[in-house]
Ligand binder design. Structure first.
Ligand code: NAD
Length: 375
């Protein structure tokens, strides 16, 4: 089977769906791989390394895609790419299925069989394909780097002949994969870290990283985790209690990183304009949920700005794309593992649509959007 990898065409997307390392592995598994020239440039993977790894280079997207059985992408393909797909081709990517309904419709209309990496189930066998985790981990890291860069003070405590610099207080809201990495990164930089979440399981994880857990731990909190391990949308009563707790805590913080998400729903509003106004001049907020509507009131998607009260709000989108070499390397390995599901035991091209993982991730087939969560 032939795999195509093209340049990402969405604004600001620096990542790439295959690296020279995974091209070599894909070729070793029996695939032939065509890479569009320049596909890896944004992530520091030059064309000659893809060629050396066994890829054929194509001058443009249409040339790369035309003969492909499988198109590997970071983000959903654009119309030009969809138009070039051959009948029945497979497309795999972080298709953002809840939001990018038009792209899914176009893929369905073209007769493509599309898989959204977001829907890969979080079962043990699929851990190696868990792109949400591989990307969230780097996003959490980068969020703290962005915060540190925007913050006019140092994070660690420093005792110098000229006096002592106090350690920064960092508060991480949402302690999933991204939040836990944000906690670890802030700790490594010497900050005093607190964190909150609505899932009880998060408490021990926060504490094991040296963070202090701050949350409304009532009966609803004890029931807040779904069978899939995600958070439920909390009741207005809980949200009010949470807001009161946060009010008191947040005004004492130097840096706040928010990462709270609920699958398929807008991000919960955790930081109000009043909270922001209560923060000290020079403090920094980084909102990792900005692409799902934001956890912070007033966040501006894609922007860094300072409020009248001197609080810097960082609303940069696609933080994994700011660590593009590593985020691509990890994502490409997720896709390499996923592509293995298209082969039978003898290495023949025979996707098993009854496979639990393929079934869960399938979003379009035979001309229709088929995933139950998208009906
Ligand atoms: P996510 O990106 O969906 O959400 C981020 C965090 O925000 C979550 O921890 C969530 O509980 C939290 N949150 C939601 N609403 C909130 C609110 N109102 N206030 C505060 N926090 C709120 O989550 P994720 O990072 O994908 O992780 C979800 C869970 O899945 C975690 O327990 C994680 O450890 C687990 N996980 C399991 C596997 C696996 O078993 N293979 C892989 C990855 C993650």
């Amino acid at each position: 089977p032939v795999i195509a990898v093209t340049k990402e065409r969405r604004a600001g997307e620096t990542r790439v769906a295959a690296t020279p390392e995974t091209v070599k592995k894909l070729v070793g598994s029996g695939f032939s791989v065509t890479v569009e020239r320049g596909a890896g440039a944004g992530a520091s993977y030059p064309d000659d390394e893809y060629e050396a790894a066994g890829a054929a280079l194509a001058p443009g997207a249409a040339e790369a895609i035309g003969a492909a059985d499988i198109l590997l992408k970071v983000r959903a393909p654009v119309d030009e790419e969809i138009a070039a797909l051959k009948a029945g081709a497979i497309v795999v990517g972080l298709l953002n299925p809840h939001q990018e309904k038009d792209a899914l419709k176009a893929l369905a209309a073209k007769g493509a069989t599309a898989f959204a990496m977001e829907f890969v189930p979080r079962i043990t066998r699929a851990q190696v394909m868990d792109a949400l985790s591989s990307q969230a981990n780097l996003a959490g890291y980068r969020a703290v780097i962005e915060a540190a860069a925007a913050y006019g003070k140092a994070l660690p405590m420093m005792m110098t002949a000229a006096g002592t610099v106090a350690p920064a207080k960092v508060f991480v809201m949402g302690a999933g994969v991204a939040g836990l990495q944000a906690i670890a990164t802030a700790k490594r930089l010497g900050a005093v870290v607190t964190a909150t979440d609505v899932r009880p399981a998060a408490k021990e994880q926060v504490e094991s990283l040296g963070g202090k857990f701050v949350a409304v731990e009532d009966e609803e909190f004890r029931q807040a985790e779904t069978a899939e391990g995600y958070a439920k949308e909390m009741s207005p009563e809980y949200q009010a209690k949470q807001a009161a707790l946060v009010s008191d805590h947040i005004r004492k913080q130097d840096i706040v990183v928010t990462t709270a998400l609920i699958p398929g729903r807008p991000a919960p509003r955790l930081v109000t304009a009043e909270h922001v106004a209560s923060m000290r001049h020079g403090s920094v907020l980084v909102d990792l949920a900005v692409e799902q509507g934001g956890n912070v009131e007033g966040v501006r998607p894609g922007e860094i700005f300072q409020t009248e009260g001197g609080v810097t709000i960082v609303g940069l989108a696609n933080l994994p794309g700011r660590v593009a070499a590593d985020s691509s390397a990890l994502y490409a390995r997720n896709l390499f593992a996923f592509a293995g599901l298209f082969l039978d035991k003898e290495g023949g091209f025979a996707p098993d649509y009854e496979d639990e993982i393929l079934k869960a991730a399938l979003v379009t087939r035979d001309g229709a959007v088929v995933h139950p969560a998208l009906q």
